[in-house]
Design a protein. Sequence first.
Length: 304
Amino acid sequence: MLERHEIRVFLTLAEELHFGRVGERLRVTTGSVSQTVKKLERLIGAPLFERTSRRVALTSIGRRLADDLAPLVADMDQAVRRAIDAGRGVIGDLNVGFLSAIAGQLLLKAVGEFAARYPDCEVHIHETQGHDAVPRLRDGTVDVLITDLLIAAHPDLTAGPVLLSEPRMLAVASGHALASRDSVSQEVLADHPVILVPTAMPERFQADRNPSHTPAGKPVLQGPRAASFTETLTLVAAGRGVFPVGENVARFYPRPDIVYLPMDGDAPPIQWGPMWLTTNTTERVRAFVRAAQEGPLPRAGVGG
């Protein structure tokens, strides 16, 4: 009754709630997305989405249909992939990515362990950026990504085990009023503007790096918004604000114009690990995650 591509368009729109992003993600025109939705609504006999010039929202019938279809489609995809895996084993090609310098170190160690276990599977390494990491998982150019696990806060992604948990530090300009301190608490964020992360980052990541309030309930001051991590550090060095980072940033991004201050125990650690598209849970992906988890990996505070 329903074509596979029609279901895919519907579920993607139910997640994105934006015709343009669905078109970009599925590489089809927005007109095609609109026609598919209208066809489904004629078939169902009721609106699946409420559409205005400013927003797209699921109707109650649309929400129920999405909730019913999503697990069925995921089960079908995984059944096919399990059959393929059973027939091929851990061979062929695996595309793995990393986001940030510490993630690159974790990835290299995982790749070494995986290659030793599965010499018939060729691994291709890709560096990703904040704006394209998730899209590359979705379009299949990257199978597994090592990253800050808060990046995995998407309903269609699976977050793997924590490979590294590192203490948090605060990046401040070398001439900043805080620079002479031995350590700081999260409460200083109420007195010094915090550089804002790109709006394209997941909400959980934004809330972590740019909290609205300190643990004591004081409003956090907002600084300028950066387009990249390099720009973030440049803004910090220019005295435009401060920014919380992981301990390893001090090793990978040492700068004479920035001081990295340990944050006291009230600051949660930053955790790193693998993430992948849930419908792309192949045996190759599972084998790589096992290798990453079981292989020799750096621990918090050991640079890596």
